[in-house]
Design a protein around this ligand. Structure first.
Ligand code: CA
Length: 253
């Protein structure tokens, strides 16, 4: 698959720092969004550490401190998903170590969304409430399920998705990388097609815009303008958080 990618991040009008981090590595087919949390600028430290750790583990950068999975083993789909889970937990470990070294950063954590495109397959992993969407044949589909208390309540039938958007505790996470220690990322592998567009974003995009609004914005917007358009729309809709949008377009060579 031929890959094009476009990213946009904006601190928004309220926050002093941008605590979102992202990675766009078209050659490796690796794309990450992490949304950090924690006082004293710890959020941006946590999200940057997570992006670096996941890139290092997946792309094999040398780190004597870490035991990598056997990279000589054949890359079965399950092996790749296992590597994604391992990378996410290495990120968690690095963040916890950094927090021990600097008490001002105690309790920092981050969400993580990882997309790895390998030939005709996309491998996904996520922890927290950053999201991955797929735009295919003009239809927008959310591929991740938020690790939040409200999502659990929706799943249990105690809350409607509409109400979930306005309850005060909507951003409380049930897992985050670093803060919660060992994590169990959701992982998936799915075949990709010519024309598929993946969108990875922080909750700064999806808090002010629901899936219907996102789908409407995606319609008729060229891939190379989508990250800018979505981010701008979130800010215009009153986003008070950092907004990060990474758009990955796939086409047959
Ligand atoms: Ca956020």
């Amino acid at each position: 698959m031929k890959i094009e990618a476009h990213a946009r991040t904006d601190p928004g009008p309220v926050r002093e720092h941008n605590e979102d981090s992202f990675l766009v590595d078209v050659d490796a087919g690796l794309f990450i969004v992490a949304d950090g949390m924690g006082g004293h600028a710890a959020g941006e430290v946590a999200s940057a550490l997570a992006v670096d750790a996941i890139r290092d583990v997946l792309l094999g950068a040398h780190d004597p401190d870490e035991t990598r999975l056997d990279r000589a083993a054949p890359d079965t789909e399950e092996a790749i998903r296992e590597r994604l889970r391992y990378a996410t937990n290495q990120a968690s470990l690095r963040i916890r170590r950094a927090a021990l070294d600097n008490p001002a950063h105690a309790g920092m954590g981050t969400t993580v969304c990882v997309l790895l495109v390998d030939e005709d397959l996309a491998h996904l992993a996520h922890v927290g409430d950053s999201r991955i969407y797929l735009l295919r044949d003009g239809r927008l589909q959310r591929l991740t399920r938020d690790h939040t208390v409200v999502q659990q309540e929706i799943d249990a039938g105690r809350l409607t998705p509409k109400l979930a958007r306005i309850v005060p505790h909507k951003n409380i996470l049930t897992q985050s990388v670093g803060y919660h220690g060992p994590v169990e990322p959701d992982t998936a592998t799915r075949p990709v097609r010519d024309g598929d567009v993946f969108i990875i974003c922080s909750d700064g995009l999806t808090d002010p815009l629901d899936d219907e609004q996102l789908a409407a914005l995606c319609r008729d917007t060229p891939v190379d303008q989508l990250a800018e358009r979505l981010t701008r729309a979130a800010l215009d809709a009153g986003a008070d958080d950092n907004v990060t949008t990474v758009v990955i377009g796939l086409s047959q060579d």
